[in-house]
Design a binder for this molecule. Sequence first.
Ligand code: 5AD
Ligand code: SF4
Length: 473
Amino acid sequence: MNLPNLESARIRTSDATIVKRNDYIVPEDMKQIGKGKYYCLYTYGCQMNVHDSENIAAIMEDMGYKRQEDMENSDVVILNTCAIRENAHNKVMGMLGRVKHLKETKSDLITIFCGCMAQEEGISLELKNKFPWVDIIIGTHNIHKLPLYLKETLKTKEQMMEVFSIEGDIIEGLPVKRDSKYKAWVNIMYGCDKFCTYCIVPYTRGKQRSRLPEDILKEVKDLVANGYQEVTLLGQNVNAYGKDLKIHYNMANLLEDVAKTNIPRVRFVTSHPWDFSDEMIKIIAKYDNIMPYIHLPLQSGSTKILKKMGRRYTKEEYKELFYKIKKIIPNCAITTDIIVGFPGETKDDFQDTIDLVNELKYDLAYTFIYSPREGTPASIMKDETSLEEKKKRLATLNELINKYALWNNQKYLGKTVDVLIEGPSDKDNKMMGYTDTMKLVNIDTNEKYIGKIVPVKITDVKTWSMDGEIIDD
Ligand code: 5AD
Ligand code: SF4
């Protein structure tokens, strides 16, 4: 049994990252263990988790299990959890309640709890003491060991808790079962060393460690060979890519090399304003297949609050970067993340955020009420703002964000834009896809265009989406 530990999770040494290439093993007697059986997988949180789930799915299928949505008739239930805010945590705990009911009537059900919540000290103790029926608890560093843990659990029938608060290695050679045949997530780095004061990620995901360029490029080239239209390069802070490598190779170099594979679309998330280099901006502008869309988290428009958040930039520096991007890549859509109600945020600080949003007019923003995370420096900062006031600030901000989202979308009306058609939309008989600038478009057409990038004329715009028609349909 290995429990997570906050103190260890905080440690950063100068030790070189180890790349492990042969650590994923499915024991011979586990290769058919899931034959005729089903697993059900719930994913919470960010794209990183979504992609981890694609690995988990492939691992399960390497053992013969098949995936299904129906939890009641599954043999294994997996929760891939998120720790970023209280509401993600609450959703997982709600689901755990449902799984508990099922386990009461189905004692041979196997339950697996993994992802960022498993890395939290408090949660691990709760699972150990109050949820002893959860069979396997694994953290973010060792999902590749799942077949070994499952083997052990089937033998001992005891709770298996294997969570490591370590800086982490790079595990190559994990199988992947991608959700889409056209769009792929590609990890370029893991972990984060920024330690923004509100954020749990550096504790749950370990140190920043970049995959080797040759491994990333091989993955992308294979995707191109298999007809993929789009890759999204994934990391908590992709602009810092390469800083931990012993070679001179950075995010601009990687973007250029990925663009040269001729994959039709290259995207990347998430960017921290701190590491956004001029070289990167030039490369994005230079290659038509690097999409003009940047997610550039602001977090707050108040320099005082940014400092308390440990963000390492001022309001002015952020603005300078924003305008530089818009100047060099004029058609670039920029979206952001904003936290309201951070400890010490006064009405004036909040007004700074509002003023900045009014000035920059984001294409879209993901907005959150600050949520204290145990063990982070911000969680012990004095916070005198009431929840009611925070909710009011969020509503005010959202109204403004929506106004500019619509305002930005209106510029598309009557224009023709390229859309990668992904599949049926939630709306009847329509197909959906995204523009190069990441605008969601619903299109009145049939399946024949799925997986293709086609010119679409925008006929109507709303706050969150647009309608369009394929011009040569
Ligand atoms: N409370 C609220 N929002 C948070 N985020 C990260 N940590 C917290 C927290 N403790 C937000 C940030 C980040 C996004 C992924 O989630 O805005 O960019
Ligand atoms: Fe969290 Fe900051 Fe790292 Fe992003 S850059 S994952 S907000 S610590």
